[in-house]
Write a protein that binds this ligand. Structure first.
Ligand SMILES: [Fe+2]
Length: 299
């Protein structure tokens, strides 16, 4: 298929049935992503998705997913009307702002436009992705290498036993949203009081025990806002790395309302004049050290 004929991903849903996945935000959802089959993009060979949640009928209605981009895949130039947020699980994901390596957390604002790809010299890239869950204009571009343990942003968080290191990634006073990474050393235990506005936990690596139930790597958990104050007994006998979010579900609920009109969530760049499109610039995180680590075969 000629490259010029390729449309942007998720377009197949524009005129098809509404696809809702775990779209009742008032209900707890737990998905073991590793057990979910890949759903191939009908438009771009080499892109496969696993939807964790999704609501509405449009190109870029709000969703959370794990997406695989095969080596050499190019995603045509497109716009994110309500931004995007992703974490690179494996491989190297690239766009005009640079390479994104495993462990990179990235957040792009409303009207972000890009044409990402996976260099044919790199392996497939697998990302945890949130599309269209930015509700406010003027949010910053965020690029953080969460594998860089030397940064001063790491802080110790309270735990019942063991050690939890925490690194804030994003905080919004306007929406109440917080995003952060936690590293649980093996044997760590903690009683966690669920924060206001809902909570999400994505187990990046390792395994998390919650009230006696094991959640292996790549498990995604969403706890609804009415569980505020609920106590969760969490532990990580073998350690784990968690991507955490809280306070955001009331904002997502408003975006769900807007997503009833799918035209507000088009991925077409033509909906914006050139000066309205946000492209950012080189992300500025030094990837050379991490690239050397990736290229060094394990002993
Ligand atoms: Fe994109």
């Amino acid at each position: 298929m000629a490259a010029r004929m390729l449309a942007h991903d998720q377009d197949a849903l524009v005129e098809g049935p509404t696809i809702n996945v775990n779209s009742e935000l008032g209900r707890r959802a737990v998905v073991q992503t590793a057990a979910v089959p890949w759903s191939p993009s009908p438009w771009i060979p080499g892109i496969n998705r696993k939807f964790l949640d999704r609501y509405g009928n449009g190109q870029f209605v709000p969703s959370t997913s794990v997406v695989s981009f095969a080596s050499g895949v190019r995603d045509p130039y497109h716009a994110h009307p309500h931004g995007e947020e992703f974490y690179v699980l494996s491989g190297v994901f690239t766009d005009h702002t640079g390479d994104y390596l495993p462990g990179f957390y990235v957040r792009h604002p409303m009207r972000w436009c890009h044409a990402p790809y996976v260099d044919p010299q790199n392996d497939d890239a697998v990302l945890w992705v949130k599309v269209s869950q930015v509700a406010e204009e003027g949010e910053p571009i965020i690029v953080e290498d969460t594998c860089d343990l030397d940064l001063s942003e790491w802080e110790d968080a309270p735990s019942t036993s063991g050690r939890i290191r925490r690194r804030p990634l994003h905080t919004s006073q306007r929406t109440g949203e917080r995003v952060w990474i936690e590293l649980w050393e093996p044997g760590t235990e903690n009683l966690v009081t669920q924060p206001a506005g809902g909570e999400e936990v994505f187990v990046i690596s390792g395994s998390l025990l919650e009230n006696g139930v094991a959640h292996p790597a790549l498990t995604w958990i969403r706890n609804p806002p009415d569980g505020e104050g609920k106590c969760w007994a969490r532990s990580a006998p073998e350690g784990c790395k968690l991507l955490m979010k809280s306070g955001h579900l009331p904002m997502v609920s408003k975006l769900y309302e807007q997503a009833k009109d799918g035209s507000l969530f088009s991925s077409s760049v033509l909906q914006y004049r050139e000066g309205e499109r946000i492209h950012g610039s080189a992300h500025g995180v030094d990837v050379r050290r991490r690239k050397r680590e990736l290229e060094t075969p394990p002993r």
